[in-house]
Design a protein around this ligand. Sequence first.
Ligand code: PMP
Length: 407
Amino acid sequence: MFDICKIRADFPIFQEEIYGKPLIYLDSGATSQRPRQVVDKMTEYYLRYNSNVHRGVHYLSNICTDANEEARRVVQQFVHAASEKEIVFTRGTTESINLVAYTFGEAFIGEGDEILVTEMEHHANIVPWQMLCERKGAKLKVVPFNEAGELDLAAFERLLTDRVKLVGVAYVSNVLGTVNPVETIIRKAHAVGARVLIDGAQAVQHIAVDVQALDCDFFVFSGHKIYGPTGVGVLYGKEELLEQMPPWQGGGEMIREVRFEKTTYNELPFKFEAGTPDFIGIIGLGEALKYVNAIGLPEIASYEHALLAYAMRQIKEVPGMRIFGEAACKSSVISFAVGDIHHSDMGVLLDKMGIAVRTGQLCAEPVMQHYGVTGMVRASLGMYNTEEEIDILCGGIKRVAKMFGIG
Ligand code: PMP
């Protein structure tokens, strides 16, 4: 059962006041809040069990190692990967994509090859590929989207030649909220022999993911957007592919044997985990996923779907409202502008009412260019948001609009 009161009670931050007003947190797309269970678990490990993982023989080290590896199994089950070896812990989505760009790039990308991304990607799914293209003499190509914020699939098919070695696409756009047809994209890319990386940063907290059913080659996400801690993220990669990729960072843990003549590398997934991992963060992420599992992603998805539909209806009532992204399949994010009110004026004035929204380029400058704007205001939802909060947001936006003579 989805019990919103119980869920909100798990998040102590909702007892906080901002300028004497209740916090209306509509910035979960940037980072979610964390439930007490996650912070308690991490505190327990810091205060009672702290000890470095994987290298100790002693009691505490074994406890942390076991908890770290248990979290890996939780992640494996959460995305339904075939093996724990396919789950690499990183610092977040950005690091996961960079890891793939370096190591997959090293093994599989050469001069004249092409990498395909979309016009709606977060910078994290653009810049590492541009850097790779520069290193290798490869070419980055871009699939455009239409006014509604949906990918132009005909253009995708035209761009998808047998030179394309990798397609990088967001499951859910962090600006438009579009849920992209990743199944179709993956199937078509595989038909020309290209691999596919799905940026799941805005998806895993809203949509149940099955990497085997999707058949994606890589899937990446961040802990801090799914009610877990900052500084920890996940790279899922197909085992056969990860095996063929060279390691990225060198150091402790990623080696089997170090000799000055020749060093050999550890097995998966440790080959990609050089140095001391943020094991307490990893344990916290495992706890966050257990928290989400206990509520149930299908339940979360249907609650959020209804909330988003309500929010879209209400927000459209605001005079001068322009919404960016009205895809038929949309999730959790509403980006907008009102008249010619500057996005940061809107953000600052809403903040004074206790309403936290994000403003600016939203780490997606190509999307801003597409619409010819310098920035947007973005309200993004988490499972703890309510219709009352949407009403307060819309009331707040109307007040700001009035101040600027709109409505
Ligand atoms: N991709 C998308 C779609 C995102 O929304 C974000 C975070 N805003 C990222 C990548 C980068 O995530 P992180 O900063 O946690 O590495």
